[in-house]
Ligand binder design. Structure first.
Ligand code: NAP
Length: 284
């Protein structure tokens, strides 16, 4: 089984590395070709266009930033559609919206190939460790074929039904993540104004029913002013934007999500987009 991997950013580079280290034959491509070097040094092949990757690989995985990137990758002149054909599979693991996923899926199917969306829950370290949670939907046979790769990239993978359901699950999950991130920042900010040491606020939270691994990682980062990027703030703003739009489409009020989105939007406008989501506290 030959794999392709398109998009070697924070997540894609680590996910592709796991596939190469597991011994799979992997051909990589990234828009900024210089990011392919580390993978090539590990034994991956590099291709000049997504078209060539999709034409050669049995299954091509993609991990790019947003709906626009996902569409360009697929429909561009040298894109996936130009290369893919019968017997091939395309798995887009980027976080997009259901309409984008459907558009890509239908175009891939029209070429006689199979399509799966498979966004992930988990960030830089889980991508490195192969402990992501994979939220797949679309062609079930392709899901079965992709499982050996998913097993390298994730600790769990879910098959959620028709294209769109994986994306919807991802947006539902990130609604929680965004709100938790922001509210942790508020708690530490108010605690600080009260003269309560941040370490103690975190310790008390960790002993209670609201304890969670994310507070354990992001809390100390906030206190140390460390915004080393695991999950770029600009991508969380995008996820919350897509989530509020999904709520509007379905007639579901999401007042907290809308408020949290506005706060991430303010942080993005302040130039914090490339920093970690923990930088949202700077806008509070
Ligand atoms: P990232 O580091 O910003 O990388 C983005 C990737 O997308 C890069 O490879 C970039 O290429 C590529 N790209 C952007 N626009 C493109 C275009 N028009 N055509 C082709 N390639 C394009 O992002 P990331 O953190 O890896 O996240 C990737 C996806 O995973 C996003 O959808 C994000 O929401 C999702 N996600 C991220 C995390 C996380 O913690 N980081 C967790 C779960 C899900 P260049 O290198 O050339 O710019």
């Amino acid at each position: 089984m030959k794999y392709g991997f398109l998009g070697l950013g924070i997540m894609g580079s680590r996910m592709a590395t796991r596939l190469v280290r597991a011994g799979f034959a992997v051909t990589v491509w990234n828009r900024d070709a210089s990011k392919c070097g580390a993978l090539v040094a590990l034994g991956a092949k590099q291709a000049p266009t997504p078209k060539e990757v999709a034409a050669e690989a049995d299954i091509t995985f993609a991990m790019v930033s947003d709906p626009q990137a996902s569409l360009e990758l697929c429909f561009g002149a040298e894109g996936v559609l130009a290369g893919i054909g019968p017997g091939r599979g395309y798995v887009d693991m980027s976080t997009v919206d259901p309409a984008t996923s459907r558009q890509v899926g239908e175009a891939v199917a029209a070429k006689g190939a199979r399509f799966l969306e498979a966004p992930v829950s988990g960030t830089k370290k889980p991508a490195e460790d192969g402990t992501l949670v994979i939220l797949a939907a679309g062609d079930k046979a392709l899901y079965g074929q992709a499982l050996p790769a998913f097993d390298q990239m994730g600790k769990a993978s879910f098959y959620l039904g028709e294209v769109g359901q994986g994306t919807r699950m991802k947006l539902v999950v990130n609604l929680v993540l965004g709100a938790m991130m922001e509210v942790l920042g508020e708690a530490l900010a108010l605690g600080g104004k009260c003269g309560l040491p941040g370490e103690q606020v975190l310790e008390v939270l960790a002993q209670g029913a609201m304890a969670n691994p994310m507070f354990g990682v992001k809390g100390p980062m906030i206190l140390a002013g460390d915004t080393t990027t695991s999950f770029p703030l600009k991508h969380m703003e995008k996820d919350l934007r897509l989530t509020t739009r999904l709520g509007q489409e379905l007639g579901q009020d999401l007042p907290v999500t809308e408020a949290v989105h506005a706060i991430f939007g303010k942080a993005l406008a302040a130039g914090l987009g490339e920093e970690d989501i923990a930088a949202v506290v700077k806008g509070i």
